[in-house]
Ligand binder design. Structure first.
Ligand code: GLA
Length: 404
């Protein structure tokens, strides 16, 4: 592993096993999930986001094979062993098939001009909850890409490497659209650029990542609404419909989102939009521009150590996602209410919505009361026994993906 990757992977919490695996051709690619702190449904509109890479990851342990074929297994029973040839064209498997994320990585690299003469054989595992808005799928895409690059002797990173992390993030974001979701580039960029103890301001077109230190003494708690939000299935249509509506809305108002958010009189922009858009398009538009503005304010609050203000912006973000963007659910709303009442400084849905998780911002001393309140008031009526470690957990801002 290059030293940069080693530093990143170490930051990824439980990634201490990232090392050369003994025999010459056994390796491990590790790619973290992410939690978006603020800036939801802004990335595909060209506006910034502020996620963290988390200390939970997808791992691909592999051996390099001489033939150009991918053979991967998962210990999860519903993920059948996958095999495909690294030869064009790489066709999609059935919708919802997990192999599509690995295929997307291979396709993206090949389209970028990387020759994949050698394949990989191995096992995929990890502790990023699936279909929870924590980007387990992008982590799988990134881990697969890093494994294929390693197998074919292509270095990643700065300093003479063949492909930069930014270029890899951008090409994998495009490649993941292969699964049919018109996603932005947040997930792949966060996964590849995580920095321990830092949030990541990610800007698009061109892609740029700026780490912002999370002030000491603050914690993030992630809690699942127990409703899966499958990017490759049900949530996909609703997500793509939002992306379409955003394009129509900005065409109706005129100009681009970035310029509109930068206008000093944002209320004036919103008034203008109300005059020309249908009620639905107006609500989508208002979410995007107000969320775009909130990301800048939240970053400033974090830099100033004003996490009380950061928390308030998270709550505004949730309300906007609920009322204007209409991607929340009654359960997510209820969880946000419970967390705030129990003393969280902020709480909101994270990821695309339609189920998935909430993220709450807590001072160290409020972590336990917030988790206790969610356990008693949200989970107790819905689960037998207490919520497991895939249902509710504290996360740390961790390091980015690596292979070694
Ligand atoms: C999904 C997409 C991201 C982003 C979020 C919503 O996670 O993959 O690109 O659009 O939804 O913010």
């Amino acid at each position: 592993m290059d030293s940069q990757a080693a530093g990143r992977a170490k930051g990824g919490g439980d990634l201490s096993g990232v090392e050369h695996r003994g025999t010459v051709d056994r390796w491990r690619a590790v790619a973290p999930g992410r939690v978006n702190l603020i800036g939801e449904h802004t990335d595909y509109n060209g506006l910034p986001v502020l996620p963290i890479a988390i200390d939970r990851a997808v791992r691909v342990e592999f051996r390099v094979t001489d033939d150009p074929e991918v053979r991967l297994r998962s210990p999860v029973a519903r993920f059948a062993p996958l095999t495909f040839q690294l030869k064009r064209p790489i066709e999609a498997a059935e919708q919802g098939d997990w192999s599509n994320y690995v295929r997307a990585a291979a396709r993206g690299l090949m389209e970028h001009g990387v020759e994949l003469r050698r394949g990989i054989e191995g096992t995929v595992s990890g502790d990023v909850p699936i279909a929870s808005g924590l980007s387990s799928s992008s982590a799988l895409v990134v881990a697969s890409a890093l494994a294929l690059l390693k197998a074919n002797g292509v270095g990643v990173g700065s300093g003479g490497a063949s492909i930069s992390r930014l270029d890899l993030a951008a090409l994998l974001a495009r490649a993941e659209r292969f699964v049919g979701l018109e996603g932005g580039g947040m997930d792949q960029a966060a996964c590849l650029h995580g920095v321990e103890g830092h949030a990541l301001r990610i800007e698009f077109e061109p892609l740029r990542v700026t780490p912002v230190a999370v002030p000491d003494g603050w914690r993030w708690v992630v809690a699942s609404s127990l409703v899966r939000a499958e990017k490759s299935a049900g949530a996909r249509e609703a997500y793509n419909a939002r992306a379409r509506e955003c394009r129509e809305a900005v065409a109706g108002v005129g100009g681009g989102y970035r310029d509109l958010v930068a206008e000093p009189d944002l209320d004036g922009v919103v008034r203008r939009a109300r005059g020309v858009l249908s009620p639905v398009l107006f609500r989508r538009f208002r979410h995007v521009v107000s969320e775009g503005r909130r990301v800048g304010l939240a970053e400033e609050a974090m830099r100033n150590g004003d996490m009380g203000r950061f928390g308030k912006l998270m709550v505004q973000s949730h309300e906007s996602l609920r009322d204007d963007y209409e991607v929340s659910t009654a359960d997510l709303d209820e969880m946000v209410g419970i967390a705030l009442k129990a003393g969280a400084a902020g709480a909101r849905l994270t990821g695309a919505g339609f189920g998935g998780c909430v993220v709450t911002l807590c001072e160290a001393r409020t972590v336990a009361p917030v988790m206790d309140a969610l356990a008693a008031r949200f989970y107790a009526p819905r689960l037998e026994g207490s919520p497991g470690r895939d249902v509710m957990f504290a996360v740390k801002a961790g390091g980015g993906a690596g292979v070694g």
